[in-house]
Design a protein around this ligand. Structure first.
Ligand code: FES
Length: 230
């Protein structure tokens, strides 16, 4: 199977190039296995990976035009030549490794932790099964960045628009019955960019390897804002 891999070392190369590799594939092989084979051939090839199970989120790359996790992308699903590029819209550190600092800063900006006004109870804060169920489809995010880096609004305004991942996280806490900072959270999302730069293009939904739906979460936040303002 032919692989075309994006190679670029900003310290050495004048410009990026695509490098071609023929790799013998076997049943059950994932894209990460092919990238590891390329790494065996050329130690200077850089890409991130860790768990190999779709859990850590570190090996997100752009494959044939779509953002995916290499470790859970079966080669059998891909059309040859398999074109692998770094996640779009992020500065490249080397080859497939991109700088995700801005993405993490946007996540941090939504204060993704429980905030309480009441003093902490002695034991746990109870939730009904229904309240807990509202968090399903939200807590599973692994911060791989596939969604935000597939979003044109995030490419164009990465410093102002929070992006689908951060907004999914914002809704995860707005929807949590134990959180008591709803008003402050909504105030922080107000304005033309942070939330409202979402144009419901929905690339994020297509890209999420966990099948989460940031566009729906953004819609819920908008509804809540509307309710608060009337
Ligand atoms: Fe951890 Fe793929 S290596 S998600």
């Amino acid at each position: 199977m032919e692989f075309r891999i994006w190679r670029y070392d900003p310290e050495r190369d004048a410009k990026p190039r695509m490098e071609s590799h023929q790799i013998e594939t076997a049943r059950g092989m994932m894209l990460r296995d092919a990238l590891l084979e390329i790494k065996r051939r050329d130690e200077s090839f850089a890409f991130r990976h860790s768990c190999g199970e779709g859990v850590c989120g570190s090996d997100a790359v752009n494959v044939n035009g779509r953002n995916r996790l290499a470790c859970i992308t079966p080669l059998a699903e891909l059309k040859a030549p398999v074109v692998v590029r770094p996640l779009p819209g992020r500065p490249v550190i080397r080859d497939l490794v991109v700088d995700m600092s801005r993405f993490y800063r946007q996540y941090e900006a939504v204060e993704p932790w429980l905030q309480r006004k009441d003093p902490d109870p002695e034991k746990e804060i109870l939730q009904s099964p229904e309240e807990r169920a509202r968090l399903d489809g939200l807590w599973e995010c692994i911060l791989c960045g596939c969604c935000s880096t597939s979003c044109p609004s995030f490419w164009w305004n990465p410093d102002k628009f929070l992006g689908p991942q951060a907004l999914l996280a914002a809704w995860r806490f707005l929807a949590d019955s134990r959180d008591q900072a709803q008003e402050a959270r909504l105030d922080a999302l107000d304005g033309p960019y942070r939330l409202f730069r979402c144009h419901t293009i929905m690339n994020c939904v297509d890209a999420c390897p966990k099948h989460l739906n940031p566009t729906r979460a953004i819609g819920h936040i908008r509804e809540l804002m509307l309710k608060k303002s009337v």
